[in-house]
Design a protein around this ligand. Structure first.
Ligand code: SIN
Ligand code: CO
Length: 391
């Protein structure tokens, strides 16, 4: 779709998020290199009218079965970690200070969270992971640590002191239930106010302590380890391996040593192994399915009473459509598209519209070609997308 690189969320401009630094400059000078503090990246982020998730709302999310939630408490220098979902009694019995409740995947449960994540649409979607939101009363935090991923920490309501360090000493406290740095030597420190943002590259040591009851919204990125991606690829190949034939040796002659693996035997068997070789296209197909695969705990909720194709077409023509926050739609230039772990080819003449949908995660109101409508209707019935204004 031409060269347009519009961020899907029109409310939040990348330059504003990055404090006047252009996304190009950010990627060149900061991304994976050094921290960036932006005062008032999201002005007015804190007032309840603008920020639809307060401490009570976060606690309600932490009670949900489909949420990944954690509770970190610090008592007399000892850390404890509990995993959700949490009951109302547990959340009602928390002390006044020194704990933190963290909920991951908030972009999947809260439309505003999805829109906030989309504001980072200047980054490749395959790198974006999720939005985590934490709440902590005074003194709360998760201790000095480092993350393996890039993170944008956005201050919601309240104030938090962030101390950071580019130290190379990343040794962790042994036996602690969460990753706490044995020796943390802060080099810089700031008090973040509502709407401020702090970007940290991977492995940058940091410690955030709530100065008053506060919420932090963390936009995290994903980066598979070499081992993870290669072993997932071998699993994928294994599932698709279907080789014909079997070893045979009608030309066998009497061996000198019955225990010897002869060059003939080894050569013939290694030719059989060569049948498992793969091409660059196999790798690309795997990567498209792997990177578009939703996390294992994610389930789509198809419409209870789906509309028929004709009504769906009218609705899309008059309202447009949007992807479900759980859906991932990716593509390879000139090649396949991938939705939620499955590869498909674009119907003839529809590539441009599919690329636009993948980039912006929505399409404006307009009549669509029949082939595309049928494809979208299938996705709608699977819960992958919705006519705008539905659900
Ligand atoms: C938090 O929200 O308290 C933790 C964020 C982080 O340190 O990565
Ligand atoms: Co962290």
């Amino acid at each position: 779709m031409g060269k347009s690189r519009t961020a899907p969320n029109p409310d939040i401009k990348p330059e504003q998020l990055l404090g006047g630094v252009s996304p190009e400059t950010f990627l060149r000078d900061y991304w994976q290199k050094r921290p960036l503090l932006v005062r008032q990246a999201l002005p007015h982020f804190s007032p309840p009218s603008k920020n639809p998730l307060g401490p009570d709302g976060l606690m309600r999310l932490a009670m949900r079965e489909d949420a990944e939630s954690r509770l970190v408490c610090q008592t007399r220098g000892r850390w404890t970690l509990e995993y959700g979902p949490f009951g109302a009694e547990r959340l009602g019995a928390l002390p006044r200070r020194n704990w933190s409740l963290l909920v991951s995947g908030v972009n999947l449960m809260l439309p505003y969270g999805d829109r906030l994540l989309q504001a980072f649409g200047f980054m490749p979607q395959a790198r974006l992971d999720d939005l985590m939101v934490s709440y902590a009363p005074e003194g709360g935090g998760v201790g000095p640590h480092f993350d393996s991923y890039d993170v944008f920490l956005i201050q919601g309501h309240g104030r938090r002191r962030w101390e950071i360090s580019g130290q190379n000493d990343l040794e962790l406290v042994e036996g602690a239930p969460l990753r706490i740095l044995k020796r943390f030597r802060p080099e810089q420190s700031w008090e973040l106010e509502p709407g401020d943002l702090l970007y940290l590259p991977p492995k940058y040591a940091h410690n955030g302590v709530a100065l008053d009851p506060c919420m932090t919204w963390s936009v995290g990125f994903r980066a598979p380890s070499s081992h993870e991606i290669a072993s997932a690829f071998l699993d994928y190949r294994q599932d698709r391996l279907d080789l014909a034939g079997m070893y045979s040796d009608p030309d066998l002659t009497l061996p000198r040593h019955s225990a010897e693996l002869t060059p003939q035997l080894l050569g013939r068997l290694s030719e059989m192994i060569q049948g498992a070789r793969w091409t660059a296209r196999d790798e690309a197909d795997f990567l498209g399915t792997y990177l578009s695969e939703p996390k294992p705990h994610i389930f789509f909720e198809p419409p209870a009473r789906p509309m028929g194709l004709k009504r769906f077409a009218d609705r899309v023509a008059s309202r447009g459509l949007r992807m479900d926050p759980r859906s991932k739609l990716l593509f390879i230039k000139g090649g396949a598209f991938f939705i939620n772990g499955e590869a498909f080819r674009s119907p003839a003449g529809c590539r441009q519209a599919l690329v636009r949908l993948a980039d912006q995660r929505r399409l404006p109101a307009a009549p669509l070609p029949d082939a595309l409508l049928r494809l979208f209707h299938d996705w709608y019935r699977a819960g992958y997308m919705w006519p705008a204004g539905e659900n």
